[in-house]
Ligand binder design. Structure first.
Ligand code: NAP
Length: 255
């Protein structure tokens, strides 16, 4: 098989550790010949992400908290000096833990706004910061979950943020299409990562998927990585504004 991302530079936001979906995506991009640039949120995980970057053969690792405009601006300047980008993977979300294990009705105003800011608005901010780095077109991707469309136990405020994220994908796809920048999301099945562990009784969701999904198994991070390769590559040149499910087919089931 040819190297599908040969000659492309990929920015990946959201590698925190080896279990991160962004890590599996970085591995798949590297396998297909992409040059990688990674970011980390803050000093707390700087060293870990630098080490992971080294093991992945990443070119550069930058700090970027997506809630800070000045850090996004700095990232744009650094990347402009480095010759721009072809594809961006936004693999970022956050909600307060207490909002993921009590009734949704109890969500605080501050908790609701925080989840929206980090998990949905940040895609707009990242798109604005990176679109100028893709002057001849590109592919912007994000990760979402079925909790945006259906009620899943304890997903709560994050489900509402993912609904906003999916609408954001469509509006960005419309704005950026004339610039030949495509915008899509992968709706991944549940995978045990640091973020997923914050959701109370997450293992119950994993069990139900193995019983009811058409493929009768949970999603492998590498499957998300391979779908991301397709969406970052020229094979998907006609695809924009889509939510593509990589979830063993679970989303089609009524019961
Ligand atoms: P993860 O490894 O915990 O990744 C989440 C990432 O978001 C971490 O790198 C985290 O950095 C980063 N982040 C949070 N706030 C940030 C900020 N202000 N600025 C920059 N980065 C920030 O968990 P994951 O499951 O792979 O999540 C990646 C994406 O996949 C998320 O959008 C998630 O909702 C989505 N997703 C996950 C699943 C699943 O079942 N795991 C299913 C569907 C979709 P820190 O660790 O430093 O906070």
């Amino acid at each position: 098989m040819p190297n599908l991302l040969e000659g492309k530079t990929a920015l990946i936001l959201g590698v925190a550790n080896k279990w991160s979906l962004a890590y599996a995506i970085a591995q798949a991009y590297r396998r297909e010949g992409a040059k990688l640039v990674l970011t980390y949120q803050g000093e707390r995980i700087k060293l870990t992400v630098e080490e992971l970057g080294q093991s992945l053969g990443a070119d550069k690792v930058f700090q970027c908290d997506v809630t800070k405009e000045e850090e996004l601006g700095r990232l744009t300047s650094e990347l402009r000096n480095d010759g721009g980008l072809d594809t961006v993977m936004h693999s970022i979300a956050f909600a307060n833990r207490e909002d993921l294990d009590r009734p949704f009705l109890e969500t605080s105003r501050a908790g609701y706004l925080l989840a929206q800011e980090v998990s949905a608005y940040s895609l707009v901010a990242v798109a604005r910061a990176t679109a100028p780095l893709m002057p001849s077109g590109g592919s912007l991707l994000t990760l979402t979950y079925l909790g945006s469309q259906r009620v899943l136990p304890n997903y709560n405020v994050m489900g509402v943020a993912k609904a906003a994220l999916e609408a954001t994908v469509r509006y960005l796809a419309s704005d950026l299409g004339p610039k030949k920048i495509r915008v899509n999301a992968i709706s991944a099945g549940p995978v045990k990562t640091a973020s997923a562990r914050a959701i109370k009784d997450f293992s119950v969701i994993l069990d139900v998927v193995t019983q009811r999904a058409p493929l009768r198994r949970n999603t492998e991070p590498a499957e998300v990585g391979d779908a991301a390769v397709f969406l970052a590559s020229d094979l998907s040149r006609g695809v924009t504004g889509n939510i593509i499910y990589v979830d063993s087919g679970f989303h089609i089931m009524g019961l």
